[in-house]
Design a binder for this molecule. Sequence first.
Ligand SMILES: CNC(=O)c1c(C)[nH]c(/C=C2\C(=O)Nc3ccc(Cl)cc32)c1C
Length: 278
Amino acid sequence: MQNYEVLSHIGKGSFGRVSKIRRKADDKELVWKELQYGTMNEKEKQQIVAEVNILRELRHPCIVRYYDRIIDKKATKLYIVMEHCSGGDLASLIRSHAKNKTRADEGFIWKVLGQVVSALKSCHRHREGGEAKPILHRDLKPANILLDRNGNAKLCDFGLATELAGTNKLAQTAGVGTPYYMSPELVNSQRYDERSDIWSVGCIIYELAALRPPFDAPNQLALAVKINEGKFKRLPAVFSDELERTCGWMLRRDISRRPRVEDLERLPHLVLPLREAR
Ligand SMILES: CNC(=O)c1c(C)[nH]c(/C=C2\C(=O)Nc3ccc(Cl)cc32)c1C
């Protein structure tokens, strides 16, 4: 703890408070997520251990970097030290556009989609010791997509991530938020897989364009009905048919008709321009 100085409290992750800190050795600005494990049950403690292990295993430019973990046994607190992203999170950006009655640029939206798909590919296609070991995020939402100082997207908060694909488990949403981004199979506690994360990405990209989620309701029961109906308004006319079609593809109710990361990578807007021949 003495190696860091707390600068400010900047948000709330799953299970804990997020603070901006300074590493005294080199003045580097980082964050830590503070977790009070003394009041956690065994399942929550296992989830925290899983989150740290997953963060340590995943190294990707579009996933917030893990630096360190500190255990304060006296206070029964765990601190996970990670990369600071000065651009904040997409939820704040969406709120700001809605407040100022402005729209996100379509090019930016495609860039965010490309970077999130790239990050998810490193999760869904994770391998360990030559064995496929897919990692599902399971809690993708605008607040869990951060922006660095150059406006590049970074996935964060693997607090509900799991290394088990396809188990018939309902995501235990630790937060109290309304599950706007939950797929039909999770809502109906049916079998799910990596394409449940893709549904959430569809909701996020839709909301970044429309400034409201595709499925909205005053309570969780009404929201579940809307998610199962699967009907949502067309994006504002300023956005291209291709963005509209791509959101519709990710928001297919039938999980087998939804794209996987490789399908999305082939979208023309996501094929990164080849470097000019030198
Ligand atoms: C309005 N939001 C902010 O100002 C903000 C900023 C500048 N950074 C963050 C959050 C994180 C940040 O900068 N790095 C992080 C790593 C892990 C997690 Cl769970 C969260 C963060 C936030 C919420």
